[in-house]
Design a protein around this ligand. Structure first.
Ligand SMILES: *Cc1c(COP(=O)(O)O)cnc(C)c1O
Length: 482
């Protein structure tokens, strides 16, 4: 996706790759989609792939891999200990992040488990720009509390602020002053802040946060799962970084981090994860937990093939023409929707286009899960699977009351290099139709509600017969079309 100018106008993102392996898709009729969403308890996590046309659930483990990644996987050195594949990844991590010690783990949340077990004690606090579902679960499981210190602008759904993922440094100082630095387990920055729409933080903000951490001797932990998108945004939006290479920006971020961990299901377009640090004490402490929970230190629960794919994928992430595909497709989709007055999170971020359900279905109260209802409705009218990122994704308060999310979003992830622009256009078309008919969408209520991470397995039902009515209107408007 380089900056290629179209002579006759039109701002179309242009792919800097070609597709040579394809997977067949089906679009099942709306009658089947109605059955399928019922079977899934109106939870898009529980839909089966055979019933899905465009899977925009997540960008996790479903990004397109390159020919070079697949080739590397064929050459992997499958051994329990001392694998050459592991050494290749370790060296790549050293080269890119400048970190001496690397610990492999099977995915991002495994890193969170290990780091939380090591550093989060009952009564401690973990300040962060914003939480991620699995991060918060691990911290609270270990008796800690999450404090979100995102800048006020970060929670505004529409904005032109370039770095909505920034941490409010004054709030961080106030929090440390209030509780004392010894209560702080570590400070966490999530790059490409997932739950507020894949919004980036700036390099400058990270420098300021690190300065405060250093003043009080607190560790700064970077969740680098969505680093690729954030690197692109820093390069594009941060004046002081416009002449830096992607590699230089990566190094600058790494130098400010005491620990970096990542989900390689996103970063590096493979599957797996890892933790790196320059601090030997940290390494020694975490190492024991890796062998206990993940596996021996030269595979850490990952397939050796994936280890090879991550090493190549990380190198490819240093190419601006690779990491800009996602953000540019997302910007294209968001602009198209905005043209028709459809409420989307702005500025467009990484990982996906986010519909603002609080506005899209403003007649549905938060207690009836507007984002979940919108996810169910969109699947019904399009076969597009999105993900609820709102109140259903939160945990109830300790007293059992509902913890209403700050924002109710339907995330439509665009896995990197996976969809074509005509597929994006199809999604836009169906979302437009749904917006015109939004008053037909009704709320949901739980029929089965697990205690932990309820958004994965919970089942819900519509509060009325709104789905049948929506299907009737669809058929009246679309006739025989799927
Ligand atoms: C996906 C993600 C995780 C968890 O990673 P998994 O590989 O899914 O376990 C953690 N943090 C962020 C920011 C993520 O996007």
């Amino acid at each position: 996706m380089s900056e290629v100018k179209f002579f006759y106008g039109g701002n179309v993102p242009l792919e800097m790759h070609k597709v040579r392996i394809v997977q067949k898709l089906d679009l099942v009729p709306i009658e089947r989609r109605l059955e399928a969403i019922k079977e899934a308890g109106n939870n898009t996590f529980l839909l089966k792939n055979q019933d899905i046309y465009l899977d925009m659930l997540t960008d996790s483990g479903v990004n397109a891999m390159s020919d070079k990644q697949l080739a590397a996987m064929m050459e992997s050195d499958d051994s329990y200990a001392g694998s050459a594949s592991y050494t290749r990844l370790e060296n790549k991590i050293k080269e890119i992040f400048g970190m001496e010690y690397f610990l492999p783990a099977h995915q991002g949340r495994a890193c969170e488990n290990i780091i939380s077990q090591a550093y989060v004690k009952p009564g401690t606090i973990v300040p962060m720009n914003y939480h991620f579902t699995t991060t918060k679960a691990h911290i609270t499981l270990n008796g800690g509390t999450v404090e979100e210190l995102i800048i006020d602008e970060g929670l505004k759904t529409t904005s032109d602020y370039p770095f909505k993922g920034n941490m409010d440094v004054e709030k961080l100082r106030a929090l440390i002053a209030k509780h004392g630095p010894e209560k702080i387990a570590f400070v966490r920055i999530e790059t490409g802040t997932n739950l507020i729409g894949g919004q980036p933080h700036s390099l400058e903000n990270m420098r300021e946060v690190k300065k405060v951490c250093d003043e009080y001797g607190i560790m700064l932990v970077l969740d680098a799962s969505l680093l690729a998108d954030n690197l692109y945004f820093i390069k594009k939006r941060e004046e002081a970084c416009k002449d830096m290479s992607i590699r230089e920006i990566t190094r600058a971020i790494a130098e400010l981090s005491d620990i970096i961990y990542f989900s390689a299901r996103k970063l590096g377009c493979a599957r797996g994860g890892g933790i790196c640090t320059n601090n030997k004490d940290v390494y020694m402490k975490l190492r024991e937990l890796v062998t206990l929970y993940e596996g021996f230190l030269t595979y850490g629960g990952m397939s050796i093939r994936e280890i090879e794919a991550i090493a190549v994928g990380l190198e490819e992430t240093m190419d601006e023409n690779m990491i800009n595909q996602g953000p540019q497709f997302i910007a294209y989709m968001c602009e198209k929707l905005k043209e028709h007055g459809i409420p989307v999170i702005t500025p467009p971020g990484g990982l996906g286009c986010h519909l603002n359900a609080m506005e899209f279905v403003d007649h549905i109260p938060q207690s009836q899960y507007p984002a979940g209802a919108l996810a169910s409705a969109l699947y019904l009218v399009s076969g597009v699977r999105g993900m609820e990122r709102g109140t259903i994704s939160e945990q109830r308060n300790e007293d059992g009351s509902e913890h209403f999310a700050n924002t109710e979003l339907l995330r439509l992830a665009l896995p990197r290099r996976v969809f074509t622009l005509s597929q994006v256009e199809y999604a836009v078309d169906r979302i437009r139709w749904l917006y015109e008919n939004r008053k037909l969408i009704g709320g949901l209520s739980f029929v089965e509600e697990p205690k932990v991470l309820r958004f994965f397995f919970g089942k819900l039902e519509p509060v009325s017969d709104w789905q049948t009515k929506l299907v009737e209107k669809f058929k009246a408007d679309f006739g025989d079309s799927l």
